[in-house]
Design a protein around this ligand. Structure first.
Ligand SMILES: [Zn+2]
Length: 159
């Protein structure tokens, strides 16, 4: 097997030029290199399957997401039926965004990658540590904001 140095497409040993981009191909990979490549791919795949990849949902996050979704519905109902104020409705919106942030993190990243690919011409952007950190920080911040607004509107309704 050969790998194109320009576009990273895999090519059979008998090819001289890359069938994908037309650049001249170099030497074939040695057996050791092919084995190492297969191993790193199997490793990536098993990581993904066992939920160890960067954006996999941890049990705590699943609980937080479910609680957020539930609180979103409860605060919307409270806003309409009991409190009759906008604060509880805002809390509902924040909790809803929070649960979307948790459960659709990968979809959000895909959308991000799509827009980045329009700008930078890159089609395989994986999240950096900073991006993963930002995702998680934004989630907890949203949850805290939703809780604060909900408590505020409950206090305002009771007094
Ligand atoms: Zn190529």
């Amino acid at each position: 097997m050969k790998i194109c140095k320009n576009c990273y497409a895999r090519q059979s040993d008998d090819r001289v030029f890359c069938i994908d981009c037309g650049k001249k191909l170099g030497k074939s990979l040695s057996q050791n290199e092919e084995a190492a490549l297969a191993e790193s791919e199997a490793d990536k795949f098993s990581k993904r399957l066992s939920g160890l990849d960067d954006l996999a949902l941890k049990p705590f996050e699943k609980i937080l997401g479910s609680v957020s979704a539930l609180l979103a519905v409860i605060s919307a109902a409270l806003a309409l039926a009991v409190f009759k104020d906008y604060a509880a409705l805002i809390a509902a919106a924040i909790f809803a965004v929070c649960s979307v942030f948790i459960f659709f993190r990968k979809a959000l990243l895909k959308i991000d990658c799509f827009f980045a690919s329009l700008k930078y011409d890159a089609d395989n952007l994986s999240p950096s540590y900073f991006a993963v950190f930002c995702f998680k920080a934004a989630t907890y911040l949203l949850f805290a904001c939703g809780a604060a607004v909900l408590i505020y509107s409950a206090l305002a309704a009771l007094t």
